[in-house]
Structures are given as structure tokens and as C-alpha cells.
Ligand binder design. Structure first.
Ligand code: 5GP
Ligand code: MG
Length: 177
């Protein structure tokens, strides 16, 4: 891409904070006595997961998985590879997958399938953002934050080719061309 991408504000840090609070309250209700294992999907969910668990005042554990599917652009390649799996025992644990965005759903479907094979006591999904317009496989979202339009978003952990992750707000990225 020759020109700098143009960023248009979509969700402010205050809207994000309110959303994380709402999700934390729901999760607290369901998991406060279950010592859940929260599994963040790297890298995009790290900021969300960090803010989320600081609002959860009960025993829990944190793990990460990392997958690759994007070839550096804004389109998923659809070929998903597990780059880093979980080290912790999953069997009989209450597992909550924490994602940044559900787009086509292919990555999340892959993660859920991978974890399901390890026989958790329960397996649920929480996502900060959902882009339903692009879904290629049905995904049941148990805790859903913000619905986003059919645009590429960056900020609050979400990157474009490793750029813009550090932004505290969420933006739509548009080409200048
Ligand atoms: P999916 O497999 O659902 O198509 O995409 C999963 C992953 O692609 C997300 O976890 C995220 O890392 C990346 N992704 C999908 N849509 C967007 C987007 O709008 N912005 C950014 N930065 N990443 C996205
Ligand atoms: Mg992700």
C-alpha cells in the first residue's frame, strides 16, 4: 500500500471500558465459583483480556493460544495453523475463550474445536467485537461486546500488519487511494 491508511474513530476508550465492565459482570455471575481458565487468542486479545481480568475479583487462571491465518493483509487466508497451544490441563476445567474479534469465524471455530477435543467441563466464548456480516461458519457467542460494521478495524490490541495495536480507542481503517 503506497499511502498511509486513514483512521476513523469507531469506539472511544470510554465505550470500550463500559463494554468490558458489562462483560465482566456477566462473566462474574457465571464463573465466580468455578475457577475458570480464560484462554486469550493471541495476539489481538491481549489488551482486552488484561482489562477484563482486572475486573474479575475471583480465582481464575489465564492461558493463551496463538494461531496464524493472516498473510499480513486485511483478509484471512482461511488456512489456520496452531502456532502455540495450551500447556495447562484442559480436561474437566471450565474454559472461557477470550477473543478480540469474530470475523469469518474460521479461527474461532478452529480454536473451539481444538479445545473441545481436550474435554473441558464447559467451553464458552467471549469476544470484545463481532463482525457478523463476514461470517463463513456459524459461531455461538456467549458474551459479546460491540458489533462492528463490515470494515477493517484497528486499535485496542487489534493490528494491521503489527501497526496500531497500542491505540487506546478503536478505529476503522480506510485506504486513502
Ligand atoms: P476470522 O477467523 O474470524 O476471520 O478472523 C480472526 C482473526 O482475524 C481475529 O482474531 C483478528 O486477529 C483478525 N481480524 C479479523 N477481522 C479483523 C479486523 O477488522 N481488524 C483486525 N485488526 N483484525 C481482524
Ligand atoms: Mg483474534
Amino acid at each position: 500500500m503506497g499511502s498511509e491508511p486513514k483512521l476513523t474513530l469507531l469506539f472511544t476508550r470510554d465505550e470500550i471500558e463500559a463494554t468490558v465492565k458489562k462483560l465482566a459482570a456477566e462473566i462474574r455471575q457465571d464463573y465466580h465459583d468455578k475457577r475458570p481458565l480464560l484462554i486469550g487468542v493471541l495476539k489481538g486479545s491481549f489488551m482486552f483480556l488484561a482489562d477484563l481480568i482486572r475486573l474479575l475479583d475471583f480465582p481464575l487462571e489465564v492461558e493463551f493460544v496463538r494461531l496464524s491465518s493472516y498473510g499480513g493483509g486485511t483478509e484471512t487466508s482461511g488456512r489456520i495453523k496452531l502456532v502455540q497451544g495450551v500447556q495447562t490441563k484442559i480436561k474437566d476445567r471450565h474454559v472461557l475463550v477470550v477473543d478480540d474479534i469474530i470475523d469469518t469465524g474460521l479461527t474461532t471455530a478452529f480454536v473451539l474445536d481444538y479445545l473441545k477435543q481436550k474435554k473441558p467441563a464447559s467451553l464458552k466464548l467471549c469476544t470484545l467485537t463481532d463482525k457478523p456480516a463476514r461470517r463463513k461458519t456459524p459461531i455461538n457467542i456467549d458474551y459479546c461486546g460491540l458489533t462492528v460494521p463490515n470494515k477493517f478495524i484497528v486499535g485496542y490490541g487489534l493490528d494491521w500488519d503489527e501497526r496500531f495495536r497500542y491505540l487506546p480507542d478503536i478505529y476503522v481503517m480506510e485506504d486513502e487511494d
